[in-house]
Ligand binder design. Sequence first.
Ligand code: SF4
Length: 482
Amino acid sequence: METIHFKTVDPVSQELLRGASRRGVELNWERYEKQQPQDGFLRLGLSCPYGCMQGPCRIDPYGRGAQRGICGLDRDAMAAAFLLRLTLQGLWEGLDLSGSPRRGIEIAWPAPLEKAAAAAQSTIGGAPLAAADIGESAALLSRPSADPETLVRQAIRLGLLAIGSAKRGKSAATLGYRVGYGLLAKEAVTIAVAGRIPETLAKALLKAAAGRKNPKVRLVSLGDWLPAGKSFLPIVCTSGEAETVVASGRIDLLLAGPGCDPGLATLAASLNIPVLKGEQASAEEELFAQARRAFDRRDPGSFAPDAALVGTGSAALGSAEVQAGLKSASSSKIALLGGSDTLFQSLGHLPVELAKALIGEGHAIASWGDAALWMAKQEIPATTLAPQDGPLAAVASLAATGSLTSLTGICFTGLNACRDLTLALGLAALGLKVAVAVPLPLWGSAAVRTALGTILAATGGSLTHYDHPAQGEELLAWFVRA
Ligand code: SF4
């Protein structure tokens, strides 16, 4: 375990990982290591993404094996179709299809971005963006027919559509948050929530927990930003650390909402921690009783963190609050730096070190997602944005105040779902300078990378990505160069 710093920069997480290893408890890190090397065809975009039952076909990146699929598809069309497949999924993830399924999607550009959006659409070409783009994209992916450039262009259109159809933040809203292991310091029956649970449920559980004494009951989130009234549920850790926390011996019940990783529930069950699905939480008494029984079984010598290990902040969700947050930044240079944890890099290293370096270069930082939690844990001054669509609100806010020129770049430190990739593409299509720190599956086709770069350059934007997990120095250079 002498390489523990390759897994996380947090000394408490390091200690917990050592403890789990001593007890033979396998976590996400062990699964990650067993998965190496991950599928190289997929990683390069050379595994066929078409909805075709004759496959799967793959193309040998080194030119020694198959160079075409059974139908004759070549590497460029395969990689381009893969990009379209991912962006279509990303668009889909961001749509609010609650209510009438036939309502379709509403495109409503934030006023300050209307001009840029119109210019981008005109440069990229085709019919005005519409819900029909979804069906057209699905049709393009049913069987090979389009050339790579058409597929790339369609992927960029979907990126724009994802921004135009993104839900807008509340008109006036900030939500406070607390993050860190110190939230587990005092003795209390601890219910951990992972995945998305409705705000009404989070509030009801908080209220019910508040009335319980001897022992007290507390509710914490394992890396998810879950609104619960005037603040988010207290967040113990970032998403990459969730299993580490479950293995700490300090959790008495896992409440798994939609989107909770299967590994988390499996781990909890293996440690004899009760696991309930989100909808089962409506039986409050049973939930608290199960958590209490697990609390009584706890090893008294289990992990006891320092109460001081808590960072605090306030996330700007409404456009006025985002504007105020960015305005209060004294610097004339603003860097948007955020995104999810990735096991490609030591957890926390990139957002923390890059933010420090950028501040040293005279930048103000605005952040979102796990990256924002790392900054709060390390007390790095930064404006916190909405967990996922924060960069859109920041860009709209800077455009509204005529200060987009102060934006030196938007960097995604990690990607979680496809939604992040689709947003990155859409932001670049709006003429912005965007980077992604984890490799994209485009390295199997130079032609696709060129087509993407050329189309984005015509809009005035760029999407920088690397064939390896990007290092802080590379991204610092990317931010500071003109
Ligand atoms: S579309 Fe072509 S390359 Fe893809 S799986 Fe089918 S036959 Fe193979």
